[in-house]
Write a protein that binds this ligand. Sequence first.
Ligand SMILES: *Cc1c(COP(=O)(O)O)cnc(C)c1O
Length: 402
Amino acid sequence: MEKNCIYLDNNATTKVDPQVVEAMLPYLTDFYGNPSSMHTFGGQLAKGVKTAREQLAALLGADESEIVYTSCGTEGDNAAIRAALLAQPEKRHIITTQVEHPAVLNVCKQLETQGYNVTYLSVNNQGQLDLNELEASLTGNTALVTIMYANNETGTVFPIEQIGLRVKEHGALFHVDAVQAVGKIPMNMKNSTVDMLTLSGHKLHAPKGIGALYVRRGVRFRPLLLGGHQERGRRAGTENVPGIIGLGKAAELELLHLEEATKRERRLRDRLEQTLLATIPDCVVNGDPTQRLPNTTNIGFKYIEGEAILLLLNKFGICASSGSACTSGSLEPSHVLRAMGLPYTTLHGSIRFSLSRYTTEAEIDKVIEVMPGIVERLRALSPFKNDDAGWLQGQEQALAHR
Ligand SMILES: *Cc1c(COP(=O)(O)O)cnc(C)c1O
């Protein structure tokens, strides 16, 4: 990657904080023992792991015994869903949403082939849920409700505790994919209705290959990986000690910076968004304008292709995204924006800018400077710039039938 790039793709992954690297280094060199070993050399690691667990628990407002380390957010989502179903074998119904990350959606799709019944809750054109639809879907047969805290593509934040209250009335377990929310929204699991919560290190300035699942004390848990007794029998496999140490340090830094960093990111994001909307015709913000992550803006530039915008942004050293990293490259429009019922013209020209505490004023200025020219240039080449109503309608219908 270019060293001096303007990195506005922080919902895909983040820069590892130099203090995190520093904390990890000794565990990649001198302290290479196995924390489960009986000898003191291994024991020294157990102490570092304990501190890291306390740091992560503090960020979540949880008890350290409620943290289970995983390899990534995807593993956390998979483990939570499996655990909930294994713990209640008599229940065969799952509720999720149409806008989840593939790490939840694809598990649910597979479970449908294994005799489970899955309800995919719809969203409105701002990407928000209808709690009445949730209420109507909950039954005594519902084993699990798995809903994301904040959407990775639009930043839309769901009312997690309001959802949880309804879930609890029906005796189902409640899992939350909070990969995008941890470090951006304050968490306090002690006063929460959430039973299990997934997070991932590389989305909060820790390295890739480490994540965690919060499991509320008292929730019956069945491991996804079987083997040794690590993580109190909840996740077998020798611990990723450097990763755990790094995630602990990253959690400590997130807690330290959360208030001031999110305030700053929101201000920069709003300035970017408002200026682009004011200087470029025919563009709209996708997502909930108020219930939204402070670092994310998803803007639809009508009549042009998101991929073309990204290529030109890339020429200026600006990294952004169209849809999620997992679906881009396929040229399929984002399942999230489709679920919101956006028109064809907006669906294809949507770009996500996601900021971090490293984003500077000058970087935002640069994007504000180059975007109008990029959009103008692409629109001049666009086959549907004149909005041929019949042609567009055909495209929308084709899309609806897929
Ligand atoms: C990134 C992401 C994941 C997957 O996390 P990995 O650590 O990359 O496996 C899951 N859910 C959401 C909402 C994400 O943004």
